[in-house]
Design a protein. Structure first.
Length: 283
């Protein structure tokens, strides 16, 4: 069977969703380098957080770990700009949204943001590490951390491909995420039961024709988005850029909605994946 690729965030979210706590716990543990006793996953299979710049949204995975620690994971294939700012914005929203009206600050729990990126950006280009961990530290007394509540992990898939440490748990997971059809990954399952379980789950969801169609639509949208960005850069358009982008996104949304309807995909999923209103889709 040609397995679906988890670098597609739709597939990633379905593989590590509620019901697959064991493999999700193993993946997060390999990143934060801590044993996890308890994990509670979001119940929404197609969790979508929309941003004005990305009408189709960003699929991410939310988990609650030991002692109420909040953990969020997302996978991104291409640099769409301002990654650092978006990470901080998203982390701050996750952190502050824990408090309900009237609650005090001591209720806030540690919040971990994890980005698995298939590109390098900003200061990461000068760091020869697959996995970087970011916190708030004092400039002179670098060993002093202002608070443990903020923790951002950035994983570089391009750098992971250059490593050949088959015993490293994180590198094993990254090889699996990068290309589950690789023969080396299939060998890993003999030594790593969590990878074996993940491969079995992936085989199971890869048989879902509806999911395959959604994943294909998602990939096409990503390609269209990147092609549009390349066009804007090459043509040097300044005026009309916003309007052109808006028209292009609108056209893509309608085409995607039409194809998903033709494949009998549920209205709720179409709304989430396109950002269109139900009335627009029905029309």
């Amino acid at each position: 069977m040609n397995l679906l690729k988890q670098k597609n965030d739709v597939v990633f979210h379905c593989l590590f969703r509620k019901g697959n706590e064991g493999i999700t716990k193993a993946l997060i543990s390999s990143i934060i380098e801590e044993d996890i006793e308890e994990i509670e996953l979001d119940n929404d299979r197609y969790l979508l957080q929309t941003y004005p710049e990305q009408k189709m949204g960003i699929l991410d995975l939310k988990a609650k770990l030991d002692d109420g620690v909040i953990c969020n994971i997302e996978i991104q294939l291409a640099d769409k700009g301002y990654t650092e700012k978006r990470l901080l914005d998203y982390w701050s929203n996750l952190y502050s949204s824990q408090l309900k009206i009237g609650q005090k600050y001591h209720k806030l729990q540690k919040t971990i943001m994890i980005l698995i990126a298939d590109y390098d950006f900003g200061e990461l280009k000068g760091i020869n590490k697959v996995h970087t961990k970011w916190q708030i530290r004092e400039e002179e007394y670098f060993e002093k951390v202002l608070t443990e509540d903020l923790e951002i992990h950035i994983i570089s898939l391009p750098k992971a491909r250059k490593k050949n440490d088959k015993c490293n748990q994180l590198l094993q997971w990254l090889a699996f995420l990068d290309n589950p059809n690789n023969e080396g990954v299939k060998e890993m399952k003999k030594k790593n039961q969590d990878i074996a379980d993940a491969l079995w789950k992936l085989e199971e969801i890869s048989e879902d024709e509806k999911l395959r169609k959604i994943a294909e639509v998602r990939e096409r949208w990503e390609r269209d988005e990147l092609s549009a960005q390349d066009y804007w850069k090459e043509s040097g358009l300044a005026e009309g850029r916003k309007e052109g982008k808006k028209i292009g996104e609108r056209k893509a949304q309608l085409e995607i909605a039409k194809e998903m309807l033709e494949n009998n995909i549920e209205m709720e999923i179409i709304i989430k994946c396109t950002g269109l209103a139900q009335e627009e889709i029905a029309k």
